[in-house]
Write a protein that binds this ligand. Sequence first.
Ligand SMILES: Cc1cc2nc3c(=O)[nH]c(=O)nc-3n(C[C@H](O)[C@H](O)[C@H](O)COP(=O)(O)OP(=O)(O)OC[C@H]3O[C@@H](n4cnc5c(N)ncnc54)[C@H](O)[C@@H]3O)c2cc1C
Length: 322
Amino acid sequence: MATVLIYAEHKEGKVKKVTHELISEANRAGAESVVFVAGQGLDAVNKELGEMGAKRVIAAQGDAVKFYSNEAYGKLFVDAVKSTNPSVILIPATAQGKDLAPRIAALLGVGLASDCTKIQIDGEKLKATRPIYAGKAVADVEFVGPKPYMATVRPNALSVGAASPGASAAVTALSLDTGALKSTVKDVVRGATAKLDVTEANIVVSGGRAMKNSENFAILEKLSEVLPNSAVGASRAAVDAGYRPHSYQVGQTGKVVSPTLYIACGISGAIQHLAGMRTSKIIVAINKDPEAPIFQVADYGIVGDLFEVVPLLTEEFKKALG
Ligand SMILES: Cc1cc2nc3c(=O)[nH]c(=O)nc-3n(C[C@H](O)[C@H](O)[C@H](O)COP(=O)(O)OP(=O)(O)OC[C@H]3O[C@@H](n4cnc5c(N)ncnc54)[C@H](O)[C@@H]3O)c2cc1C
């Protein structure tokens, strides 16, 4: 049976949903899903990984891996590759995964398909689909040459399987030779970030230049509060104007999101913005200009003033969602 090695991302003792998506995909393909995880106090995380369907967990615990560092985590991951000999390696295309995956690929001397929206594991083979040219085209990638075949996969691109409460994975401990490290992360200071990152949200409500100032984003926050598992995002014009921090930015030079629902409020639909959100399942655009390019990618368009439409939507969602 082919082995798929998956990088688990977790935060505050909770495994990120994208990890579950990758485990589910490996299990759907009939492969053995082995998960690599690093950090401190991993008992709850290991339990959750078992319930998500991981067959085996390779866990690196302790002070040396308390904080993410691509040097330490990369070294450990390569050790996990050596001990499991996987055919396929899957890493979330999150900020952390995008930092880590190229390093691992370079250390292993293998190719990497990044930011994939679809993958197909067939025995020991991997095929992947990834957007290129800012999402204007998609490339189908087939791996040739020596294994392992590596891909980073966009959060929300794959479906999650049902969790199995009570299921557990066999856990193997992995330790880090800190003597060989050239750097260590001593502390991580949290920036002013939203409750839920846009890349993980199921619904994203984004505001553009039309928001006019940071205070007006409150109407988007109110809409987001009504919608379960949602987060507020912003266009680069809104970020550059100082309405929201850069961590909110969706697009080519911001974050790439693939939520079930994306609501673009007062965003024109520049190609660089579309690069970050056009793979959303349903796109709703609110813009007072009927010619705005965003309407070309929108499934539903509302031509109107967002300052009137958004509060009305909030009220209607409140009624509908109780
Ligand atoms: C190298 C590069 C990288 C870039 N990366 C990114 C990126 O990552 N993300 C990104 O977003 N952009 C990025 N950009 C910028 C991008 O080209 C656009 O300039 C930007 O997306 C425009 O933001 P916007 O749609 O908010 O503003 P605008 O283009 O100014 O659009 C504002 C829209 O709001 C509408 N509007 C105005 N008032 C109202 C109202 N009251 N109600 C409803 N609608 C209203 C207008 O009709 C208009 O369509 C990048 C550009 C470059 C060159």
